[in-house]
Design a protein around this ligand. Structure first.
Ligand code: ITT
Length: 213
């Protein structure tokens, strides 16, 4: 049916995980750069869901394909949910994650055990060719580590300690992370929803063809 999926992200770390996760759908998956779509995106939503939809809609306005976007971030309970939807912009876009991660650990000085609870949150929005929007949202629960560890993943991965692995999310493999992560679970749910949409579309086309005979 000629569908393709455009993923509205400029984050290469996300894109690597996404390609692996959407492989099964059997549709070409392109980054917005590969699709030649460079809209100006102002992420001024108040929630992960609103921001995901803003990003997906901006690229959909350029291409009209199935456009997916992820808005995600780290929510740390001890500091009232910061950095939350501001995770990418926390301490400035250009500040290194080494500095951001060290800063969060410092702000949790004195926090013990479950007081260090935190999670990655991911909301995926999909804008369909007819303009309809679907959302899925998932989390990856953990604790803020006492020191950064690991070189895998990206962003705040070195400081989210996952008790069930005894490691941070930067120390597990990408395959392991994709199975349990906020993005992995939200994308899996989205892939399921998209499969339903495509199946419905195929059935309608078959009905129309039958009506024409
Ligand atoms: P796009 O908007 O272009 O997709 P972005 O990096 O600006 O890229 P967000 O606005 O969704 O994306 O911000 C997400 C930030 O949250 C990201 O830059 C990381 O700092 C953090 N984050 C999200 N998922 C993460 C993960 O799996 N591991 C580590 N950090 C993550």
């Amino acid at each position: 049916m000629g569908h393709r999926i455009i993923f509205a992200t400029g984050n290469e770390g996300k894109m690597k995980e996404i390609r692996l996760l959407l492989e099964d759908l059997g549709l070409p998956v392109l980054s917005m750069k590969e699709a030649g779509a460079f809209p100006e995106i102002v992420e001024d939503g108040r929630t992960f869901g609103e921001n995901a939809e803003i990003k997906a809609r901006a690229v959909w306005n350029c291409t009209g394909d199935i456009v997916l976007a992820d808005d995600s971030g780290l929510v740390v309970d001890y500091i009232d949910g910061e950095p939350g939807i501001y995770s990418a912009r926390y301490m400035g876009e250009d500040t290194s994650y080494e500095i951001k991660n060290r800063n969060i650990i410092e702000r949790l000085e004195g926090a013990r055990g479950s007081e260090r609870s935190a999670r990655f949150v991911c909301n995926i929005a999909a804008v369909l060719p007819d303009g309809r929007v679907l959302h899925t949202e998932e989390t990856l629960e953990g604790l803020i580590a006492h020191r950064p560890a690991g070189t895998g993943g990206f962003g705040y991965d070195p400081i989210l300690y996952l008790p069930e692995f005894g490691m941070t999310s930067a120390e597990i493999t990408m395959e392991q992370k994709n199975k349990i992560s906020h993005r992995g679970k939200a994308l899996k749910a989205m892939a399921k929803a998209l499969r339903e949409v495509l199946k419905g579309e195929m059935e309608r086309t078959e009905d129309e063809n039958t009506n024409c005979q």
